[in-house]
Each structure stands twice: as structure tokens, then as C-alpha cells.
Design a protein around this ligand. Structure first.
Ligand SMILES: Nc1ncnc2c1ncn2[C@@H]1O[C@H](COP(=O)(O)OP(=O)(O)O)[C@@H](O)[C@H]1O
Ligand SMILES: [Mg+2]
Length: 324
């Protein structure tokens, strides 16, 4: 390491870890290595991951990685293989080919160790209906061996603090799902696997859950989120994977996907023979300026707005099928 670079790292180390160190000391090098190792590690790695139900290959040799603190949106229609992927990643099903590493450990080998550090949410609700929200959370805290557990901050986070003593059986679907969210946060997981967590919920519950997901990401938690809603994937994900027939058709940031595959367009509504019709002018073509001038000179314009491609349009373009 050059002297200059060493000084620079010392400064960063002091700023980040608050300890004094000396240039070229063992301590600097050791901590520097730790610091470099900690930078943007992969929290989830899937290599050639495959799962079959009889003859049907539901997860078909998929490979991807999710960095610590990243939200990966796993977007695909019903039957695409989302739930099966989550089950293989979280150790409920053993992979038939390939492997999954969670926090650097192989899920086929270190399942229990991994499960203590992750939070999982499936469609089936494993809550005790006859118990209250507080009792449910206390019970799960006990399972995790957490001694001093205060359920109230979690209940507040998901907006259930006023109904916390009512039996879960009296809750709406959205309230139960919010309690599920509080439940999977009990062990302060470092990685979350959420299988369509907002599917079919009322808007307030869905928004509460989305907010919690973003708050967890802010804390550095990694999130694997399946959805068939393009808006949700677009809004929450750092990167989106398109899944179709068990395969990943594309994986990138929403912006890059739109940039690579989408077209921007000007949507113009004009009045023609007493009727309002919508016209689209592609913005990425060379003659666009001429078209726009023509339009404004010759048409009776009602409204104009620009439209970027949606993830659903791009999904259709790449896979040939819709998300619904
Ligand atoms: N237990 C099962 N037995 C047989 N086939 C299944 C089973 N579960 C799912 N499948 C099939 O596997 C494929 C993927 O399903 P799934 O992972 O549930 O997709 P998604 O969650 O994206 O809707 C579908 O064709 C589905 O019908
Ligand atoms: Mg599913």
C-alpha cells in the first residue's frame, strides 16, 4: 500500500470505526481487510437453482445474487415459479440441482443456522387465531429464545397497537398480514423473504407493509420480494428480476430495464370529427421534432403527456406474456 493510500484509509477507518491506528500497523491492515470484505457482500446467491414437481420444472436453473441491503423484486405472473423459488431459498424444499447461499452459508447444509437469521412470509398465515397479537409475538420471541422482548414497538410499526389485545380471529385479512410482518421481524432478521406480501390487501395495509420493507432496507436488511404487480416492483426494488416459466428472463434496475427495452413516447389526445382519440409519438426516433411540429400545427389537441414504458410492457416484450 502506498503511503498516501494508507493515510487515506486510516482517515476512513477512524471516521467509520472511531479508533486510532498507525500507518502500516497490523491493525490497519486487518481492519482494512475486514472493511473491504464487508463492502457490498452478497446476502443471497442462487447458482443454477432447480426444483421440479414430477415432470414440471417449476424453478429452472436460475442464477442471481442479491447484495446486502438490496431489495430484489421477483416479478412474474401466477405460476411463474416465485413461491417455489422462495421455498427453495429458505430451506423448505431442497434444491434438486444447484445451490443457494444465504449470508454465505449453504441452505442445504446449514438450514437451522440460516433460519435463525432470516424472516420469511408466505401466503399461508401461521398465526394463533385464538391468541392476541401481543401473545402471538411473545410466543414467537420465545421460540427464538429472545429473553427481553417488547412487542409494542413492532405492533406500532404495523399499526396494530390499538387492537393488540384482541384475538387474531377477529382481525381483517390486512390486519393479519400486518401481524405476520411484525412476526417475521421478531428475530431482527438480516434477510427477508416475502412472497407476495401485499397480495389482495386493502390499500392501508399494503402501504404499511411497503413502508416497513423500505424501513428494513434502510437498516441494511436484504429483501427478496416476490410480486406480480409491476407498480410494487418498480416502486420498491433496487433491481427487478423477471421470472417466467421458472427462468429469469431479465434482471436489472427498473431504470435500466426501461432504458434498454422501453420506448418513451408522447401521448397526445386530439379531437377528430367530434371524437377524442389518443395518438402516440415515439420520442426516441430521429424525426420526432418534425412530427411534434406537425402535430401542434395541424391537430386539435386536448391533452399531451409523456409516458415511459412500464415494467409490464417490458415484461410482455421480453417474455411474450402478461403479468396477470
Ligand atoms: N405442490 C405442487 N405440486 C405440483 N405442482 C406445483 C405445486 N406447487 C406449484 N406447482 C406448479 O409449479 C409452477 C410454479 O408454481 P409457483 O411456484 O407456485 O408459482 P408462483 O408463485 O409464481 O405463482 C406452477 O406451474 C404450479 O402449478
Ligand atoms: Mg406464489
Amino acid at each position: 500500500m502506498s503511503k498516501k493510500r494508507g493515510k487515506f484509509f486510516q482517515k476512513i477507518l477512524r471516521a467509520n470505526f472511531g479508533f486510532k491506528s498507525y500507518y502500516n500497523s497490523e491493525l490497519v491492515n486487518l481492519n482494512l481487510k475486514k472493511w473491504e470484505d464487508n463492502m457490498a457482500k452478497d446476502a443471497i446467491v442462487a447458482e443454477n437453482l432447480t426444483y421440479r414437481y414430477g415432470d414440471l420444472t417449476a424453478v429452472d436453473h436460475i442464477s442471481f445474487a442479491v447484495k446486502e441491503g438490496e431489495i430484489l423484486g421477483f416479478l412474474g405472473p401466477n405460476g411463474a415459479g416465485k413461491t417455489t423459488t422462495v421455498k427453495v431459498l429458505t430451506g423448505q424444499f431442497l434444491p434438486m440441482e444447484g445451490r443457494a447461499l444465504i449470508l454465505g452459508k449453504d441452505i442445504s447444509k446449514d438450514r437451522e443456522e440460516i433460519q435463525a437469521e432470516i424472516g420469511v412470509c408466505f401466503e399461508e398465515k401461521n398465526l394463533y387465531e385464538r391468541m392476541s397479537a401481543v401473545e402471538n409475538l411473545r410466543f414467537f420471541a420465545q421460540l427464538f429464545g429472545i429473553r427481553k422482548f417488547d412487542p409494542y414497538p413492532l405492533l406500532k410499526k404495523v399499526g396494530l397497537e390499538k387492537r393488540e389485545k384482541d384475538r387474531v380471529e377477529s382481525y381483517s385479512k390486512g390486519m393479519k398480514q400486518r401481524l405476520m410482518v411484525a412476526r417475521f421481524l421478531v428475530n431482527s432478521p438480516r434477510v427477508l423473504f416475502l412472497d407476495e406480501p401485499t397480495d389482495g390487501l386493502d390499500p392501508v395495509s399494503a402501504e404499511t407493509i411497503r413502508k416497513v420493507i423500505l424501513e428494513e432496507r434502510e437498516k441494511g436488511v436484504t429483501v427478496f420480494l416476490t410480486t406480480h404487480e409491476m407498480m410494487e416492483a418498480d416502486k420498491l426494488s433496487d433491481r427487478v428480476a423477471f421470472i417466467n416459466e421458472g427462468k429469469i428472463a431479465a434482471i436489472d434496475t427498473p431504470e435500466n430495464l426501461k432504458h434498454k427495452f422501453g420506448r418513451r413516447a408522447l401521448k397526445v389526445r386530439v379531437r377528430e370529427k367530434g371524437k377524442v382519440v389518443e395518438k402516440e409519438l415515439p420520442l426516441d426516433e430521429k424525426k420526432v421534432a418534425k412530427d411534434i411540429i406537425n402535430l401542434f400545427a395541424n391537430e386539435d389537441i386536448v391533452t399531451v403527456h409523456t409516458a415511459e414504458a412500464t415494467l409490464e410492457e417490458i415484461f410482455i416484450k421480453i417474455t411474450g406474456r402478461r403479468l396477470e
